[in-house]
Write a protein that binds this ligand. Structure first.
Ligand code: PAF
Length: 250
């Protein structure tokens, strides 16, 4: 469904008053990781709503926003096959009638890890998620653990703003070679795609974060960080123009 007006009218209909909605927000270019969130939402709710919105506010790099894959027709087909009942497909004007004058900022946990390398990124994420949650008003929303810092910040926002939605973290899905599934994997050059699973391998090794960072650099990655927090080990590193992130339990 394009725009938000029709959806907001529909959302007030009686059937939505009794049914529990499971919500899967995405930026599209859907892979099996997204589909696993949809399957879980399907199992745990009466209705499943997905959104596909490449949120400009969370891109600190305009090139990254331009390059981000947008296979919309394919996404619609995948969502139908996965049993989504409704798809929100808003434009930037639909989501930001305020021109992004109003935004949500978290001032502690968003400063480290990806926040340290992507200024404004988490403001953009939290703001769009709050807007989408207000539109959909779901009982549960589903997030992949690959973006664990994002999940934590969203859960914290829900608590801080007394939102009724339960935030559900879902395990990272991986390719057979261990690479965490991500829409950005589509953008990897073939030689970088071959190298990419080394990120996961390095994270799972017994080496210290500093050693892992050195190892990744020696392999040809440009690591932003390798760090332990919240009982997990996190890494972000670039291969060519693509920035990969991953995390494992420490
Ligand atoms: O994880 C994502 O795909 C995005 O950050 C999200 C949560 C859909 C917000 O744009």
């Amino acid at each position: 469904m394009k725009g938000t007006k029709r959806w907001r009218a529909l959302r007030t209909e009686p059937r939505f008053a009794i049914d529990e909605i499971g919500f899967v927000p995405t930026m599209g270019a859907l892979h099996d990781g997204h589909l696993s969130l949809l399957e879980r939402a399907r199992r745990e709710n009466d209705l499943v709503v997905a959104s596909v919105f490449v949120n400009p506010a969370q891109f600190n790099d305009p090139q990254d926003l331009r390059r981000y894959p947008r296979p919309v027709a394919e996404d619609v087909r995948k969502l139908e096959a996965a049993g989504a009942d409704y798809l929100l497909l808003p434009s930037a004007e639909d989501i930001y009638p305020d021109g992004y004058r109003y935004r949500v900022t978290e001032t502690a946990d968003s400063a480290g890890l990806c926040g340290a390398f992507r200024p404004g990124h988490f403001d953009g994420v939290l703001t769009v998620v709050l807007k989408l949650l207000n539109l959909v008003r779901p009982a549960r929303a589903y997030f992949g653990e690959k973006d664990y810092q994002q999940y934590r910040l969203i859960k914290g926002m829900a608590e801080a703003f007394f939102l009724d939605t339960e935030m559900i973290p879902c395990p990272t899905l991986r390719e057979p070679d261990g690479l965490a599934m991500s829409s950005r994997n589509l953008l990897l050059e073939p030689e970088h795609r071959e190298l990419a699973p080394e990120l996961y391998r390095a994270l799972r090794s017994k080496n210290s974060p500093a050693e892992i960072k050195r190892r990744l650099a020696a392999l040809g990655f440009k690591p932003d960080y390798v760090e332990e927090r919240w009982g997990r080990r996190f890494a972000a590193a670039r291969l060519g123009k693509v920035r990969l992130i991953d995390n494992v339990k420490a």
